[in-house]
Design a protein around this ligand. Structure first.
Ligand code: ATP
Ligand code: MG
Length: 419
């Protein structure tokens, strides 16, 4: 029986890793420059964390979680998103006593039981940021500024920032009331999920993707018309900060986000490239979350960006990412020099060079082929003569040019050749 990778998962093969590293390293570099520090949380948590922290009315909790009982009968869930785990860790590790705001970023994989589609997997990766402890709209603007810098440095030009506000516990009840009044007469024409959502949280209906529900969603009331004075001011301040940072946005009157705990600012980056529709990244403010999880009321804002979706965009928009580091040297050896060749490779590698040598005890002809495939810059044939003379003929594979170099000078020769 052949065992295949589970449905909805994929292998990330060596050839693809340089693309992954390019976006992951750029993201880390941008976050560090804004003063954010990386953290990681466990791959699985108590189910209760997500039930409370993501929210019972969300698709994630209702349909998408990988939940299992461990051997002691406790209910555990593979993390479907990052914010709940980070908020839990923030409380549990006493991070509230650190100077505010606490600025964090992460690069982790997540698990959701979803229908497989292009850019939609059951295990996928996200790059994300959280800034915990600031109630100010400037914190909202800062996390968006991080994304703007990241996309600019990556070269992802065809993007649009969609911006909205979903109010706060003060003004949301009026909006929910208006939503209920709007949807109620049409419930019989809407999907069963929306009928369910109507009962638990009508806000969720705005996120429905079923075609026949769209006409009713399109002319639904907008939270933006129901914001209280404080939420209105917060939203204005965020918009003014973005304008000062030269970050353009599109006000989206119907945006809701996938998690229950969002308050006030919500945003998404969508691709404007023809043919690759969809959201690359989503985020928002979640002032209620830390308290819901048992901490002191603590305002926070953050975002998460799917790496697979980002890489699809990178490809669609024709962005060249740096290739894998080149191989500096391939050493061909013989049975009587193989170990010396390995020792030489060891020395060169420890000086920072990338060097390959034969560990299959193959013929010279086979090693030549391997050297070719390795795309090394230089080649050295290490025979008994070279061993005795302590010098090598080093051959540049691009044009066949040869030079004689002593064993002592080899490291410097190769390091210089790199520049
Ligand atoms: P969608 O509406 O596409 O289901 P979402 O609202 O569930 O997205 P978030 O929970 O906000 O998405 O996650 C943030 C980002 O993570 C998304 O914008 C997307 O890039 C990525 N993402 C979410 N779910 C998946 C998945 N199943 N596979 C790959 N990437 C995903
Ligand atoms: Mg989803």
């Amino acid at each position: 029986m052949n065992i295949a990778a589970p449905k909805g998962t994929k292998d990330i093969l060596p050839d693809e890793m340089s693309r992954w590293h390019a976006v992951e390293n750029l993201f880390a570099s941008v976050c560090e420059r804004y003063g954010y520090k990386e953290m990681r949380t466990p791959t699985f948590e108590q189910t209760e964390l997500f039930a409370r922290g993501v929210g019972g009315s969300t698709d994630i909790v209702r349909k998408e979680m990988y939940t299992f009982e461990d051997k002691a009968g406790r209910s555990m869930t593979l993390r479907p998103e990052g914010t709940a785990g980070i908020a839990r860790a923030y409380i549990e590790n006493g991070m509230a006593s650190l100077p505010s705001p606490v600025k964090l970023y992460y690069d982790m994989s997540f698990f959701r039981y979803e229908k497989m589609q292009k850019g939609r997997y059951r295990e996928f990766w996200q790059l994300g940021c959280e800034i915990i402890g600031s109630p100010s709209a400037y914190a909202d603007a800062e996390v968006i500024a991080i994304l703007d810098t990241f996309f600019t440095e990556l070269g992802l030009a065809e993007r649009q920032l969609e911006l909205g506000s979903i109010g706060c516990p003060e003004c949301r009840p009026d909006f929910l009331h208006a939503l209920r009044a709007h949807f109620e007469p049409n419930l019989d024409k809407m999907c069963p999920d929306c009928n369910e959502r109507f009962k638990i949280n009508p806000l969720r209906i705005l996120d429905c993707k079923v075609e026949s529900c769209q006409p009713f969603i399109a002319n639904a009331p907008s939270q933006l018309d129901y914001l209280c004075a404080d939420c209105e001011e917060h939203f204005d301040k965020a918009k003014r900060a973005l304008e000062a940072l030269d970050i353009s946005y599109n006000i989206n009157r119907s945006m809701v986000r996938g998690l229950d705990y969002y308050t006030r600012t919500v945003f998404e980056y969508v691709s404007t490239h023809v043919g690759t529709q969809g959201s690359i990244c989503g985020g928002g403010r979640y002032d209620g979350l830390v308290e819901i999880l048992g901490g002191k009321a603590t305002p926070a804002v953050g975002f998460a960006m799917g790496i697979e979706r980002l890489l699809l965009e990178v490809e669609a928009q024709g962005i060249e990412l740096p290739a894998a580091a080149p191989v500096d040297l391939f050493i061909i050896s013989f049975p009587d020099t193989a170990v010396s060749a390995m020792a030489l490779a060891q020395k060169l590698i420890r000086s920072g060079l990338s060097v390959q040598t034969d560990v299959m005890e193959r013929s010279m002809k086979a090693q030549m082929k391997q050297a070719d495939r390795s795309k090394a810059e230089y080649l050295v044939v290490y025979g008994a003569e070279e061993l005795a003379a302590k010098q090598f003929v080093i051959k540049r594979l691009s044009d066949g040019a040869e030079e004689t170099v002593s064993a002592d000078d080899l490291t410097d020769y190769l390091l210089k050749a790199r520049k």
